[in-house]
Design a protein around this ligand. Structure first.
Ligand code: DP6
Length: 375
């Protein structure tokens, strides 16, 4: 008999950034963070977990490449924690099949091209954790599962919820209170739209895991950020989301992205994630907001040069026209339902942007992990 479960999980993009670990082994952060979950209709990881007597090793096939799960600390922590919970349940309940004794096979596929240069670890570990938990019939809440996914990759804990999600840093040494919670569901503010401007498909120079360790070790600006800035900003961001106050949401998002990259620059040796195209996109967004006379679009950048732009549905055609005007040759526009150009943005940065953006992905806020089978 083969036991099997297939799920999908979303990507999330932080508006208050996670950067820095206080415990590397348990993946405990130095500050809380907050993100928006993106729609799985556009970007998702689909993961199928199964177990059978005939399996010899815990194995993961990630986009077709086999990996020994026991050889990866991050993967095996997730499997072993869930397996031990299942084992306890089996002890208490005689009628339960003893599947905790079997090896698992996990097959995982991203629907977005690796060439899109998007971080996939968040959706990947969220789907991995969810699939195995369901395989084992664990009736855990997303917050409980987030504690497991966090140990795979920090940002993954926020992909267990849809909508607006915070990762509360917690205080305990065990990490038991370092979990994700939903700030508001999609329905609270469903008008949030997202344009991902792919500025480089190449793999980033320094991984977020080692980059943040270097920042923790050397940046004084970072100490100011985690002690005196992020706690208040988390509160302000939650309030902005509750009030559906886009201007405040947008200003906090851009400021926090800039401060995160400033901390990278304050690291020894300095870390540069933004490139000329990223900076040109920042200028375009500034121009869009200046032309609108208010803040209608916000940029944010993770550990790479790609821009993620947030805006509201009501301003969609205005913003997409402006972004299109500066990145006409990028792939992705042709599939979009963008309205014909109606806005002219007089923009100094357009040359740099147009040559540097290879692809645009248009999406919106979305829900949390989905069970695809068994139904
Ligand atoms: C810049 O979650 O990839 O995207 O916990 O070491 O796996 P690990 O790091 P990861 O870091 C993400 C950093 C970020 C900001 C964010 O998503 O909050």
């Amino acid at each position: 008999k083969v036991y099997q479960c297939t799920v999908s999980a979303p990507v999330n993009i932080a508006v208050i950034k996670y950067w820095g670990k206080r415990d590397v082994g348990l993946n405990l952060p130095t500050n809380s963070s907050l993100s928006v979950t993106l729609s799985q209709d556009d970007l998702r990881t689909v993961t199928s977990a199964s177990c059978s007597k005939s399996f010899e090793k815990d194995t993961l096939w990630l986009n077709g490449h086999a990996e020994d799960i026991s050889a990866s600390k991050r993967l095996s922590v997730c499997v072993e924690e869930l397996r031990s919970v299942r084992r306890e349940l089996e002890k208490e309940n005689d009628s339960m099949d003893k599947i905790s004794q079997l090896k698992v096979h996990v097959v995982s596929i991203n629907n977005f091209p690796t060439a899109a240069g998007l971080a996939s670890s968040a959706a990947g570990y969220a789907a991995f954790t969810e699939a195995i938990a369901r395989l084992y019939d664990l009736t855990w809440t997303p917050t409980e599962l987030s504690r497991i996914a966090r140990q795979g990759s920090g940002s993954a804990c926020r992909s267990l919820f849809g909508g607006y999600v915070s990762w509360e840093m917690g205080e305990l040494h065990s990490g038991a209170d370092s979990v994700a919670v939903q700030v508001e569901p999609v329905e609270h503010w469903p008008e949030m739209r997202v344009a991902i401007m792919v500025a480089s498909a190449a793999k980033k120079g320094i991984s977020s895991t080692s980059g943040m360790q270097a920042t923790v070790a050397s940046s004084t600006l970072f100490q100011e950020r985690i002690k005196n800035i992020v706690p208040g900003r988390m509160q302000a961001m939650k309030q902005a989301i509750r009030n559906r106050d886009f201007e405040t949401f947008a200003k906090l998002t851009m400021t926090d992205s800039n401060q995160f990259h400033a901390c990278c620059l304050d690291t020894l040796p300095p870390i540069f994630y933004l490139n000329d195209t990223s900076r040109a996109i920042i200028r375009v967004i500034e121009n869009i907001n200046a032309a609108a006379g208010k803040t209608v679009a916000a940029y944010t950048f993770d550990a790479g040069p790609n821009a993620v732009v947030y805006f509201l549905e009501e301003n969609s055609s205005y913003i997409l026209d402006a972004l299109h005007a500066v990145s006409k040759h990028a792939e992705g526009w042709e599939e979009s339902a963008r309205n014909p150009t109606s806005v002219k943005i007089d923009d100094v940065a357009s040359e740099t942007v147009s040559s540097g953006v290879s692809r645009v992905i248009l999406t919106k806020i979305g829900d949390g992990p989905r069970i695809l089978s068994p139904e």
